[in-house]
Design a protein around this ligand. Structure first.
Ligand code: UDX
Ligand code: ADP
Length: 492
């Protein structure tokens, strides 16, 4: 069986590598129009960092796994074509800021129609708006050139999370395959099911109609993001009341109806999926006249933006209401640990907020390149995300230093902000860092990785998201108290 996958990104690359690694009798070719990306997949330095990925790729590459830019040739030969191209949020035109941009999808579908001369199963792999399968069916059926071509469309969304992609692919909680409930649709579902059944227990492979499968993916991401916004909303309340959010997470997570996962308060969620998928769902709901439902899900994003803004406000107010020309160490830029991905990382918003106030940033991340950081901070983003920031590349160059280690970043800094939960940040020599910093030395921990008690003992002023406020920051008489200034910045 020949499998082709259009799109060699974070989803297409690892997923196809796992299929090739696990399945007997298949030949998998991952395709992309981006030559550089394909060259990287064929080299020793893969284009994405993911623990365990190198081993899986090198075991299968050249045997059952291939990477190529010859999209038309391999699609023409394939029995199953996965589509795994990107669907970013539209930045202009109708639905800008909410709707998914389906340009890449449509172009992939038109190419499939043009080159196909045999029956094929087309699988939606990347997250798409509900009813995309219908659009794909229409594009395919209206453009097919060869009478031998016939298509069954399946929805098979990917639930892998970055940083744990290989583990998630190897032992997924479930696989969902949605298809038309017709004889040929059911046969297509069965064919794909047999591929996964080579390493996943059959009772974990769920089948459904197309629309349930498409919507299940959006709903799963919305639920996960909603949990984070819920605990982050509680974290704000904790700081004001002296409660500790990690104790609350432990307590509510012990309720088997709630469960312990995804209850870590943070500086905000990032990543390519959560915000995009929720905005997309909001757009679909509004289009269907479901205003209340749209508002409900949109509030998950509102709290996420509030959390990022709140963190910036606390840093500025704690540092005596000015960060101008002050060196601030930023520990972690990726949107989570064990990935070099920076898409929608909260670090972009936090850094932009501090740069806007004239701070000088020394950024350290073990996986994100200097070029990537500077590009992210120079780009104009959506207005609601970055209401006060239009960074220019030159300014960014002057105000950002990319440090080779945590210790270098902290030298001479007034404060350090932890924005990604990299494991190495849990074992820092806090004494060494303290000695090299300007006093009072501040830690703002947006990821609950620093031992606050130990830091305070050394002499740091410590702020942790959702932790009882350090007395240094709570003096009600002080105009610099974060409690006071955060209140001020929130008033209309
Ligand atoms: C997510 C979904 O988990 C995955 O199923 C889907 O396929 C793609 O989107 P991903 O974005 O890769 O995966 O990472 P995830 O682990 O979900 O984290 C997303 C963001 O939430 C990160 O910024 C992370 O730091 C943050 N997060 C996660 C929290 O702030 N608190 C938590 O408790 C969990
Ligand atoms: P995801 O996180 O969903 O995998 P990425 O942006 O990492 O998204 O990857 C999507 C990939 O799809 C990109 O490498 C892009 O070049 C590729 N792509 C987009 N359109 C096409 C197309 N028509 N043909 C082949 N590859 C495409």
């Amino acid at each position: 069986m020949k499998i082709a996958c259009i799109g060699a990104g974070y989803v297409g690359g690892p997923t196809m590598a796992m299929i090739a690694h696990k399945c007997e009798g298949v030949e998998v070719t991952v395709l992309d129009i981006n030559e550089e990306r394909i060259a990287a997949w064929n080299s020793d330095k893969l284009p994405i960092y993911e623990p365990g990925l190198e081993e899986v790729v090198s075991a299968a590459r050249g045997k059952t796994l291939f990477f190529s830019t010859e999209c038309e040739k391999h699609v023409a030969e394939a029995d199953i074509v996965f589509i795994s191209v990107n669907t970013p949020t539209k930045t202009r035109g109708v639905g800008a800021g909410y709707a998914a941009d389906m340009t890449y999808w449509e172009s992939a579908a038109r190419m499939i129609a043009r080159v196909s001369h045999s029956p094929k199963i087309i699988v939606e792999k990347s997250t798409v708006p509900v009813k995309t399968a219908q659009a794909v069916e229409r594009v395919l059926s209206n453009n097919v050139l060869n009478p031998g071509a016939r298509f069954d469309i399946l929805s098979n969304p990917e639930f892998l999370a970055e940083g744990t992609a290989i583990k998630d692919l190897e032992k997924p909680d479930r696989v969902i395959i949605g298809g038309r409930q017709t004889p040929s649709g059911l046969k297509a579902i069965d064919t794909l099911k047999k591929v996964y059944a080579q390493w996943i227990p059959e009772d974990q492979i769920l089948t459904s109609n197309l629309w349930s499968s498409e919507l299940a993916k959006l709903a799963a991401n919305a639920f996960l993001a909603q949990r984070i916004s819920s605990i982050n909303a509680v974290s704000a309340l904790c700081e004001k009341t002296g409660a500790d959010v990690s104790e609350i997470s432990k307590c509510i997570g012990a309720d088997s109806r709630i469960g312990p996962k995804f209850l870590n308060a943070s500086v905000g969620f990032g990543g390519s999926c959560f915000q995009k998928d929720i905005l997309n769902m909001v757009y679909i709901c509004r289009g269907l006249g479901l205003e209340e439902v749209a508002n409900y899900w949109e509030s998950v994003i509102t709290i996420n933006n509030y959390q990022k803004r709140r963190f910036v406000d606390v840093v500025i107010s704690s540092l005596f209401n000015t960060v101008r020309a002050k060196r601030i160490a930023i520990l972690g830029f990726a949107f989570k640990k064990d990935t070099g991905d920076t898409r929608e990382t909260p670090a972009i918003d936090v850094c932009n907020g501090l740069l806007e106030e004239g701070a000088k940033l020394a950024v350290y991340d073990p996986q994100v390149t200097e070029e990537r950081m500077k590009m992210d901070l120079s780009m104009d983003k959506f207005e609601w995300d970055h209401p006060y920031s239009e960074r220019k590349a030159k300014e960014v160059n002057d105000l950002i230093e990319c440090s080779e280690s945590v210790y270098k970043a902290c030298e001479g800094a007034h404060a350090l902000c932890v924005l990604t939960e990299w494991d190495e940040f849990k074992e820092l020599d806090l004494r060494r860092i303290y000695d090299s910093m300007v006093k009072p030395a501040f830690i703002f921990d947006g990821r609950s990785v620093i031992d606050g008690k130990a830091a305070k003992k050394i002499g740091f002023v410590f702020f942790g998201v959702g932790k009882p406020l350090d007395p240094f920051l709570t003096d009600p008489a002080s105009p610099n108290s974060p409690a006071n200034s955060a209140r001020m910045s929130m008033s209309p």
